[in-house]
Design a protein around this ligand. Structure first.
Ligand SMILES: Cc1cc2nc3c(=O)[nH]c(=O)nc-3n(C[C@H](O)[C@H](O)[C@H](O)COP(=O)(O)OP(=O)(O)OC[C@H]3O[C@@H](n4cnc5c(N)ncnc54)[C@H](O)[C@@H]3O)c2cc1C
Length: 454
């Protein structure tokens, strides 16, 4: 059949694009080979954050004594935790299904692949369209470590389906997925070991932010094997063993592999359509999402840029405007904040100090321990650190990182100021409510000499 637009993948950009293009009068086909809603809904943000909420409840109950509250022994019913997570995921998936029941919008379930220029085959039929939008996302990467393919390794999806608690969970990879899931299972009651070849967890961060998470993890009993490369994986009876450099070995009952994500382009027929891929298989596209093939656009994780739900969703807004001739912004000139949902959270926007130095960008910086914030002391949530970087000439914020309670909420103070192009002085001059964590953000900015009260 012939459509105005074909969308491949029901990820965070594909669903709203398909629905809005149909509402704008286009005849749209959306193809999805898995569950509707993509990674975020089914195996990413929604399930992790739902289960992290249970893990935090266990932690708060277990440590309530620090606030003078005595609770009995804490028991985690993993099956009930998974049931709750599943019901939240189901609710989101149903709302996606509902959104896709629209006039002029056809949904076909099946694997789609290009068979020619703007020709897409799905469920045994070939369809054509003036434009094709690729939103196929990414999946867990299995690194080429000898023996890894011979053991039963878990990924984020299968780990969150376990109904029995692993006795000892080994986590390969200290990025945000490994950290979030590692801490979650430690708080559920598993012994947890995280191994990473880098010297720090969350490698992108300035070391003092990685250290906040590392200190908390160690205090909670998570074993960290940093700066150690895993050279072989093997099954030893009922256990999985990681061989690490220097003859060291660690064994556990389960293994989670969380070392990165690979794009879902290997069976997409990109060569048939003239869509170019980079050496890692990500789709090459310009700042208006145009691939090398005329009329074919790519959005979301498959572009290989920052892989976040909000980024893919923003891709949809930008591309929709571009397609309808209303685009003003491009994907290059936008801010991409992020949050690691460990406890404490780590959130950032703009440049880290490390990046500013590498790029030779002039900056003035101020830092402050999160534990200096009144609210943090009152709630006994003192772990953390904050840092802001300001352009000395314009006084605009060029980067901020916060490790601390609700850092993912706090970072939006900076996101908004940066988006508005406002001077950091606006944060200083505003009245912030006492006692809040946000008040600490204002105190941080006032640590810069130029804003200090004398
Ligand atoms: C454990 C985990 C936690 C995460 N937590 C967060 C978080 O807290 N915050 C955040 O912002 N981001 C988070 N992310 C990242 C986030 O999930 C993704 O960035 C987001 O889903 C955007 O993906 P997307 O729109 O590119 O595509 P996806 O959501 O990956 O969707 C792609 C869809 O395309 C389908 N598909 C693929 N190939 C084909 C084909 N050939 N034919 C038909 N259909 C196809 C897939 O089945 C899938 O449904 C997390 C990811 C993981 C793994």
């Amino acid at each position: 059949m012939t459509f105005d637009a074909i969308v491949i993948g029901s990820g965070q950009a594909g669903v709203p694009l398909a629905a809005r293009l149909a509402a704008a009068g286009k005849r749209v086909l959306l193809a999805e080979r898995g569950e509707l809603g993509g990674t975020c809904t089914n195996t990413g943000c929604t399930p992790t954050k739902s289960m992290i909420a249970s893990a935090r409840a266990a932690h708060v109950a277990r440590t309530a004594g620090r606030l003078g509250v005595r609770a009995g022994p804490v028991q985690v019913d993993l099956s009930a935790v998974v049931d709750r997570k599943d019901s939240i995921v189901r609710r989101w998936r149903e709302s996606v299904e509902k959104r896709l029941k629209a006039d002029r919008l056809t949904v076909i379930r099946g694997h789609a692949r290009f068979v020619g220029e703007r020709k897409v085959e799905v469920a045994g039929e070939v369809h054509t369209a003036e434009i094709v939008i690729v939103n196929v996302g990414a999946r867990p990467l299995l690194p080429p470590i000898p023996g890894l393919e011979q053991v039963r390794a878990l990924d984020n999806g299968s780990l969150m389906r376990l109904r029995e608690l692993p006795a000892h969970l080994l986590v390969l990879g200290g990025g945000y997925i490994g950290c979030e899931l590692g801490q979650m299972f430690r708080r559920f009651g598993s012994r947890v070991t995280i191994a990473d070849q880098g010297d720090h967890l969350l490698a992108r961060e300035d070391p003092e932010f990685s250290s906040v998470v590392e200190d908390v993890f160690r205090r909670e009993g998570i074993e960290l094997l940093l700066g150690t490369k895993t050279t072989r994986v093997s099954q030893r009876g009922g256990e999985i063993a990681l061989e690490l450099g220097g003859g060291k070995e660690v064994r556990g009952s389960h293994l989670l592999v969380a070392v990165g994500r690979r794009p879902n382009t290997d069976d997409l027929g990109c060569d048939k359509a003239g869509v170019a891929l980079d050496p890692k298989g990500f789709i090459e596209a310009d700042d208006q999402y145009r691939t090398k093939a005329t009329g074919v656009y790519a959005v979301g994780d498959v572009l290989g840029g920052p892989q976040f739900t909000h980024t893919s969703w923003d891709d949809h807004r930008l591309l929709f405007d571009i397609l309808l001739g209303q685009g003003k912004r491009t994907r290059r000139d936008r801010l991409i904040p992020y949050t690691v949902f460990t406890d404490p959270q780590v959130a950032g926007v703009g440049l880290t100090e490390k990046e500013a130095r590498q790029k030779g960008v002039a900056f003035e910086a101020a830092s402050m321990p999160f534990g200096d914030v009144a609210r943090a002391i009152e709630l006994d949530e003192t772990a953390g650190q904050m840092k802001v970087l300001v352009d000395p000439k314009s006084e605009r914020v060029i980067g901020a990182t916060i490790a601390g309670a609700e850092a993912g909420e706090l970072i939006h103070v900076f996101v908004t100021a940066m988006q508005a192009g406002a001077s950091a002085r606006a944060i200083v001059d505003a009245e912030f409510v006492h006692p809040t964590f946000s008040e600490g953000v204002q105190s941080l900015v006032m640590k810069l000499d130029r804003f200090a009260l004398h």
